[in-house]
Design a protein around this ligand. Sequence first.
Ligand SMILES: O=C(O)CCC(=O)C(=O)O
Ligand SMILES: [Fe+2]
Length: 335
Amino acid sequence: MGKLVSSWSSVQNLPEDYSFRWTIPVIDLGEGSHDRAGIIQQIINASQDFGLFPGLCKILAEITVINHGVSGVLMDETMSVVKEFFNMADERRADVFTDDHTKSCRFRTSSTNYATEETHYWRDFLRHPCHHLEDFIHLWPQHPTTYRDVVGKYSVEVRNLLLRIMELMSEGLGLEPGFFEGELSDDLLILTNHYPPCPDPSLSLGLPKHSDPNLITLLLQEHVYGLQVYKDGQWLGVEPLPNAFVVNIGYQLQVVSNDKFKGAEHQAVTNSREARTSIGAFMGPCNNCIIEPAKALITEDNPPHYKAFNTKSFLKITWQRLLVTQKLHCWLSMF
Ligand SMILES: O=C(O)CCC(=O)C(=O)O
Ligand SMILES: [Fe+2]
């Protein structure tokens, strides 16, 4: 009878075996901790099982030393300037607020389908391209005044880290060195999400179930819980780790790897106590690039699972459909 929760008199903290929160596989990218082959193996295992893993910042700090990483200070500064943006008075952020889908820098609410969606999401977001910086930075918010400087530096550093991770992945897949360099990784979008405290989290969502449509995403979240991953038929909460990034495999990497890597479906839930902010860096191919299963992976026993498609049309369809019908796989796959 002692197991009955109704027999417990007072419980301050939820016992661990009652928690659906989950620490997703942690990959230590520090070169001091594993050899290169060991790091690649960890990435492969985590990517195949979950499609999602965080790299610890302790490590990133080490990488900073060799000029490839993102410093903890820059991560904190970026989170702070983004939060400042979301907390500013509307007049100061009116320069980027728009309903126009064709504007590459957009600050708006809910999803891309506000006018047509039946239910809205408890989320504001700001998105803008970042690469090449000189082509886009003039379109970014003018306030806070440090925004462009801080987020500009951040975008360059996360891009380097993403390229480094892609290089490890291409080696793990058995593709030639530099496979993902050039046009396959020429696009970088920073998309920041802000979920204010919500009056009824049980009835609403910050972001619905989706897989990211791009190649690979680096997500910076703060200490506030909200990200969930769909695994084996249930939602698992991703415990935020201090100074860590979540790396999320996108649909395009699933296609190029011919399903060797699978994107994880995820969503963002809200809470009633504290606002939550997350910053995604979405890397992907340039507009006219053709995405298809890498030829080197195709054999008689491993035929292509997907047809080739043009990135521009893929993204046009995905951003509209992704959050609504979840039918992408049927649209893309060969079978
Ligand atoms: O806020 C989060 O944790 C999730 C964000 C996300 O999945 C996205 O922007 O695609
Ligand atoms: Fe996502």
